[in-house]
Design a protein around this ligand. Structure first.
Ligand SMILES: Cc1ncc(COP(=O)(O)O)c(C=O)c1O
Length: 377
């Protein structure tokens, strides 16, 4: 029951595909229709009837003028995003400091299009988000991945040494990191920024789930014209299907992204849907506190069962370590629970679901661990 995922067809050798793309499969986690889906860090709570009605009305209004191209600069949306992010971080932001696109995936592609390219290098610290090397590949940017420490933190001295050696034009720092959940302290971002002349991108896709006291890199923007902080409406806002990501940075950096975007890249419907969701931000975000509490309970429950658990500031938990993680993943799937086989060997990642979904996952995991498939590494 795998929907819409044709395998990679035998390609005709006559196709003049770029050699580095030959034989590659498209990126994406399996979309499998099972009762408990905890594999792509979605928010498990759909919008309420009130929010659905507001979004439908906004989309309906947009439909009336779909004969026209959308507002190309998406200024009203960027103003709403500036107001939201300013309130979330306590930093005043102007609309010109915000860029928006179809998911933070597209925001980051724009960053690599503008600041990467042939003869240039992008750097990050593995294990990290598996799309980063793909943005680099697709923009002909060289890719260098340093290593995180055993506990998945980034050592500032090692990070400075790596960027000093490779002189990247783009550094990608996920905080909280996917798939480990690790948030970066401000000192790491500051040290990397000071050691490079490149653009430093802090990817805060999971920023709203950070534990209290963990700062946002938005607080570091003032006086750092090469720093960009990326966010998304896919996770905390429960709007993954709406495809809206954004970043905050100096207006000059945003202007560089405006050069590489396609004209009218954000559809009128997307802009309207995002603005309606932002108008209901308190309601949409109301579940974030609950998801953080469920995450902390889930991490404690996993640790209590003797599993290794990475500290998480996100809406997922990385746990392990299994001799054969694929067997554990398959055992869970056989019991109707889909999680993600990702991260360092032996580890698995589970998204935070509803309390019911989380309980179903733990029960299935206990069963799998009791079989040979669950042997520890
Ligand atoms: C670290 C990180 N950044 C960015 C994204 C992209 O999210 P979106 O394109 O939905 O905004 C994801 C998605 O899972 C992610 O894990």
């Amino acid at each position: 029951m795998t929907a819409g995922q044709p395998g990679t067809r035998e390609r005709s050798s006559a196709l003049p595909i770029r050699p580095e793309l030959a034989g590659l499969s498209p990126y994406g986690a399996p979309q499998i229709d099972v009762p408990v889906v905890l594999n792509v860090n979605e928010n498990p709570y759909p919008p309420s009837a009130t929010v659905v009605a507001a979004i439908a009305a906004a989309a309906g209004d947009a439909a009336r003028t779909l004969n026209r191209y959308p507002e190309r600069e998406a200024l009203a949306l960027r103003a709403d995003l500036a107001a939201y992010l300013g309130a979330d971080t306590g930093v005043e932001l102007a609309p010109e400091q915000i860029w928006a696109a179809n998911g933070s995936n597209e925001v980051m592609l724009h960053l690599l299009q503008a600041f990467g390219g042939p003869g240039r290098t992008a750097v990050s610290f593995a294990p990290t988000y598996s799309m980063y090397p793909e943005y680099a590949r697709d923009t002909n940017t060289a890719w260098v991945a340093g290593r995180r420490a055993e506990d998945f933190t980034v050592d500032p001295a090692a990070a400075v040494a790596l960027v000093t050696e490779h002189r990247p034009s783009v550094v990608l720092l996920a905080s909280p990191n996917n798939p480990t959940g690790t948030a970066l302290p401000a000192e790491v971002v500051e040290a990397v920024y000071d050691a490079t002349e490149g653009v430093v991108v802090v990817d805060e896709a999971y920023g709203e789930f950070r534990r209290s006291g963990v700062p946002s890199a938005v607080q570091l923007l003032a006086g750092r014209p090469r720093l960009a902080v990326s966010r998304t409406m896919s996770k905390a806002f429960a709007l993954a299907g709406g495809r809206v990501g954004y970043l905050a940075a100096d207006p000059a950096l945003v202007d560089a992204l405006r050069v590489v975007r396609l004209p009218y890249h954000l559809s009128a419907v997307t802009q309207a849907v995002a603005r309606a969701a932002l108008a209901h931000a308190p309601e949409l975000l109301a579940r974030v506190a609950e998801l953080r509490a469920t995450r902390d309970r889930l991490a404690a429950d996993l640790a209590g069962r003797g599993h290794a658990v990475a500290e998480s500031d996100a809406n997922f938990v990385l746990f392990g370590r299994f001799a054969d993680r694929h067997a554990v993943w398959q055992g869970l799937l056989d019991r109707g629970v889909l999680i993600r086989e990702v991260g360092p060997e032996g580890w698995l990642r589970v998204s935070v679901g509803t309390p019911g979904e989380t309980a179903a996952f733990l029960a299935a995991l206990d069963e799998v661990v009791a079989t040979r498939a669950g042997e520890r590494a």
